[in-house]
Design a protein around this ligand. Sequence first.
Ligand SMILES: Cc1cc2nc3c(=O)[nH]c(=O)nc-3n(C[C@H](O)[C@H](O)[C@H](O)COP(=O)(O)OP(=O)(O)OC[C@H]3O[C@@H](n4cnc5c(N)ncnc54)[C@H](O)[C@@H]3O)c2cc1C
Length: 429
Amino acid sequence: MKTAIVWFKTDLRVEDNETLIKAISQSEQIIPVYCFDDSHFETTSYGFKKTGSFRTQFLLEALENLDDNLRKLGSGLVITKGKPEVEIPKIVQYYKARKVFVKREVAFEERKTEKLVQDKLFKLRCEIETFSTSTLYHAEDLPFSIKNIPDVFTNFRKKTEQDATIRKPFEKPKQIYSPSIPVLNLPTLIELGLEFSELDSRAAIHFKGGETEAIKRLNHYFFETKNLSIYKETRNGMVGEDYSSKFSTWLALGCISPKFIYNEIKKYELQFGANESTYWLVFELIWRDFFRFMFKKYQTKFFLYSGIKTEKVNSKSLNDKLLFQWINGKTTSDFINANMLELKLTGFMSNRGRQNVASFFCNELNMDWRFGAAYFEQQLIDYDVSSNWGNWAYLAGVGNDPRGHRYFNIEKQASDYDKSREFRNLWLK
Ligand SMILES: Cc1cc2nc3c(=O)[nH]c(=O)nc-3n(C[C@H](O)[C@H](O)[C@H](O)COP(=O)(O)OP(=O)(O)OC[C@H]3O[C@@H](n4cnc5c(N)ncnc54)[C@H](O)[C@@H]3O)c2cc1C
């Protein structure tokens, strides 16, 4: 086959990218493409932007870096903007491509777009092939069919760890053959309907998008500082760069793959020894897989007020004043306020913080949890549809929590995890 398109989405990397490798092996030349989907920059029915400025800034950096890395291999990145079902067929026609290679989606809207594109390509006699590239365990290697995946994480994890193996990562291509690709032409934040948000100097870390930065971060966290060896003890921290891996932002856009991280953990263990902490990072990556597979299983249910539960739940109303106070760190709890300010001013919040502010939203403010999830969707740099809506549903008691309804005692959490008030002082003084 002569020419193929590689349509990049949330797989902005050249390492361990099966889609790219398969396209290269089946074609004489390839055209790497990224499409800014207009719908990603709209306002949702919850009144928040689908993508806020922190994440968009990170995305622009990631695309610039992908273009750089592709050019080093002989190619480059074509940028388009609009509706993918219009823009991708246009590129196919322009380059006379016979096939489109693309990452497979799990969530509803993304699958709908994929189907629309597929239908248009069919009319152009252009094939489309999708690849599952964002999980640690490949969906085909799971010891259950998607509909039989256990709803309880521990049951899913134990059987998967016992019966499935993690595939080896694909090596990055040695060379890519492409026609001359025009100079990268990215839209600006303003063109995407957003304004630049200055990063607060108190940010735990300055996230910079791109595969190069992701690998740099991994080397820092693993081999330079050996923080991986103490991850289990520090992961509930809230202040600073190294209490946790901070891989989530790069994972969300696919600047790094979980299989690549796993492979590096194995190398690290050979060099510095395995312990509970080195395993625990894998354990957390399995949580990430779990929510993705749950999305495959339950599809649109995670967006319903009653989540994946079958019993009827009466939905709660929204109080604009309480929502405003929660977003702007003006609630009755200083611990919640500090966390919410961090999110507003940096686009990031620790896992401990997320659990508490979500529990507070559902249990203390007693509001429809989906508004909280939608605000996170706008604000988080690491927003990932399955991890976000899956965790929110879990905390709202309508997801995968076997205990039903988890209730965090916020005062106790604050004194357990911010005993010296270091975190609260950082954000509230
Ligand atoms: C209400 C709520 C919303 C969340 N929304 C998101 C989201 O949109 N995107 C996102 O990536 N994570 C989300 N998380 C999960 C988790 O909080 C973040 O992944 C983590 O805080 C990111 O920091 P880290 O990379 O330093 O994590 P680490 O502690 O270093 O963990 C390593 C990796 O494991 C995965 N992981 C860890 N915890 C979880 C978890 N509970 N669920 C799924 N994956 C996990 C992530 O990929 C993370 O990067 C959410 C959690 C809650 C409670």
